[in-house]
Design a protein around this ligand. Structure first.
Ligand code: FES
Length: 185
């Protein structure tokens, strides 16, 4: 029988170094996996919370909307004016399409007027006058049946969205999806 020699110091060192390298490799792999997992989780999270600017804001039921022709309702936290005309509703982004000032509603003149260079817009955001190159931008609106979740109406292009008959349908504005106003002239 051949006798096994005790490991030399040199061999012990080699094993220790190998073990260390294995450990370091496994540790880096674990670290990498954790990082990828963390990044994936962050990307999977919605970027904006419901109800805040950048997310979806629930305005209320169709029956709670202001009547057509009434002054637009101001929603400063989510940065839009909700305007209702006989053609439907619009969620108008509060920033002027000229150079980005905040325009105001003028009750006497029944139109929006920008204080910076005087651009004017109709209640539904359509361009009227001034240096603005296009009508007001608006956010996407969805009107949803509260029981079935079916989308009854959805704005896909500039202009007011006709309001469906269902008084219980829920009106939601997605302030993360902007529809540019029509360029005039
Ligand atoms: S920024 Fe509104 S008219 Fe110039």
């Amino acid at each position: 029988m051949s006798e096994q020699k005790p490991e030399s110091d040199q061999e012990k060192k080699k094993i220790n170094r190998r073990e260390f390298l294995n450990f370091a490799w496994l540790a880096s792999l674990g670290f990498l996996t954790l990082n990828i997992g963390g990044i994936t989780y962050l990307f999977a999270m919605p970027r904006f919370k419901e109800g805040e600017f950048g997310g979806v804001f629930t305005v209320g039921k169709v029956s709670e909307l202001p009547p057509a022709g009434s002054p637009p309702a101001n929603y400063p936290k989510v940065r839009f004016w909700l305007s209702r005309t006989p053609q439907g509703i619009s969620a108008l982004y509060k920033v002027c399409t000229h150079l980005g000032c905040l325009y105001n509603w003028n009750d006497q003149e029944n139109k929006f007027i920008c204080p910076c260079h005087g651009s004017e817009f109709q209640p539904d955001g359509t361009y009227l006058a001034g240096p603005a190159p296009r009508s007001l931008d608006q956010f996407k609106i969805q009107i949803v049946d509260p029981n079935s979740g079916e989308v009854l109406a959805e704005s896909k292009e500039p202009g007011p969205l006709p309001v469906p008959e269902n008084p219980d349908a829920v009106v939601r504005v997605d302030t993360g999806q902007r529809i540019n106003g029509k360029v005039h002239g």
